[in-house]
Design a protein around this ligand. Sequence first.
Ligand SMILES: Nc1nc2c(ncn2[C@@H]2O[C@H](COP(=O)(O)OP(=O)(O)OP(=O)(O)O)[C@@H](O)[C@H]2O)c(=O)[nH]1
Ligand SMILES: [Zn+2]
Length: 350
Amino acid sequence: MRIQVPVSKPSDHTHPPLTALGWSSFFADQVGRDETGLTPLRIATVHRSRLTAEGASGPVKVNLPAASKTTDFAVGDWVLSDPKTLMFVRCLDRRALLQRKTEGAHLPQLIAANVDTLFIVTSCNDDFNAARLERYLALANEAGTDPVIVLTKADQADDTAPFVDQAAALQRGLPVVTLNAKATQAADTLAPWCGPGQTVALVGSSGVGKSTLLNTLANKTGEDVQATGGIREDDAKGRHTTTARSLHTTQAGGCVIDTPGIRTLHVSDLAVGLDILFAEITELAPECKFRDCTHAHEPGCAVQAGVAAGDVAPERLERWRKLAEENRDNTPTTTGPRGNKKPQGRRKRR
Ligand SMILES: Nc1nc2c(ncn2[C@@H]2O[C@H](COP(=O)(O)OP(=O)(O)OP(=O)(O)O)[C@@H](O)[C@H]2O)c(=O)[nH]1
Ligand SMILES: [Zn+2]
């Protein structure tokens, strides 16, 4: 969508109230007594040299001091600004932050902030990949955002049940829905997470229907519509039509953030993210004989015993191992309370 950026702020009362943009006591409580005259704005798009935001008076361009970098901001951030000049004053603390490290980059890329629910979108076709979905789940868990698996293109599948079963097995208590992103009923299916003041974000590969869903949720038509692209018939891969993140208000009185398709999601700096994702392994690990058990070949391994007993799926253990190793390799030793150094010798628990 092209966000219209008026030079002066219109005082059109058809614009959504701040609460529909996700404003809550969590943010209001951060506003100091000397800051009550400032204007709260929610960041809608982040460009290289430009930020746009939604506020009580509609969409605006945020003015940044020369020293500020737009890369410090995430779509979904709440900022305080000068009411006259719309000059940025400060960013409010985030309730949740989705972020990822990209290859070669020093600092993480900020995907979206203050997101209540992460819609992890995949399709009932060859796009479905358990290992990739687990990466997104780890990201959501770590950020403190509730994940939901959204299976699109249900209208094109003979049987959606195998997709639903596989998705539900990825994490305990994980909600899974199937829908046709192009149908208006999709908004009803997703309504439990899209109520007034709620913020959802859409992630997934290119071509799974994120922009289509956004258009359905925000009921976008004509000029406003988010561009969607076809997919290649042979491998269901999309064409990376969406190139930037953006925040939009929904019909139901909340917000939705669209993100470009991610080619490869590498993991790093995960702690609880993996523990929640692989709860069946996390729960057994304290019973292992060695505290730093890799659950591969050690004697007295409770996780291997779990595999033998049929309580842990061997392919889950294998994927846990891969993700845990990647996470260790990508996480600097200085992060985290105990650092990330590989232990020198084997420490016995008892
Ligand atoms: N039949 C059917 N087609 C769908 C569905 N969801 C998406 N499509 C089609 O799939 C194609 C890709 O959809 P997009 O919404 O552009 O996918 P995207 O995830 O936004 O892709 P990027 O912008 O590249 O990240 C479009 O032609 C959509 O019309 C669905 O549930 N059913
Ligand atoms: Zn073990």
